[in-house]
Design a protein around this ligand. Structure first.
Ligand code: PRP
Length: 180
């Protein structure tokens, strides 16, 4: 385990099972349908790549970069989007794939943006849901785990761009993020 991690919350094996279970629900709901899955970078990269390998419907892949935290542990409240997606989603089913739904600002902003492009549907899939910190009226259609209000990193989730590569999800030691 990395020295900066206090405790492992979700092991690699646990995450693998969680991803499989989320994919199973998506496969049931989109059976026989075409889907555009959108990875919200950077945090969702690992979840997305594992999830799509468990999908058996026709799926197109897209990537959208969004950030609101920078190097802070608190959302700035302003969501910045990167390059627009290149796939025309008009008339298509869209699944937004996120690592974590926290205050909900990022996904509210992204959902409204995608809905303005006239898709057939937009659903949200998040690996982690932290309902305690929600300040927008938004819910996930698919979720892996409901988590407490702990500062978690790994499996795509970062603090100041570190720890994304950890294959598990752990709680970051408080002294690491209170140094600043
Ligand atoms: C994180 C995470 C979600 C968002 C969730 O992204 O990946 O996109 O915050 O928080 P919210 O519900 O409070 O909006 P971040 O802005 O840190 O960018 P990153 O994905 O590149 O780490």
């Amino acid at each position: 385990m990395h020295n900066d991690i206090e405790t492992v919350l979700y092991s690699e094996e646990h995450l693998r099972e969680t991803v499989r279970s989320v994919a199973k629900q998506i496969n049931e709901d989109y059976s026989g349908k075409q889907l555009v899955a959108i990875c919200i970078l950077k945090g969702s990269l690992m979840f997305f790549s594992d999830l799509i390998r468990n999908l058996d419907c026709d799926v197109e892949l897209e990537f959208l970069s969004a950030s609101s935290y920078g190097s802070s542990t608190v959302s700035s409240g302003t969501v910045k989007l990167g390059q627009p997606i290149r796939t025309d989603i008009k008339g298509k089913h869209v699944l937004v794939v996120e690592d974590i739904l926290d205050t909900g600002r990022t996904l509210s902003y992204i959902k409204a943006h995608l809905e303005s492009l006239s898709p057939l549907s937009v659903k949200i899939c998040t690996l982690f849901d932290k309902p305690a910190r929600r300040c927008c009226d938004i819910q996930a259609d698919y979720k892996g785990e409901t988590t407490e209000d702990l500062f978690i990193v790994g499996y795509g989730l970062d603090y100041n761009e570190k720890y994304r590569n950890l294959p598990y999800v752990g709680v970051l030691r408080q002294e690491i993020y209170s140094k600043k």
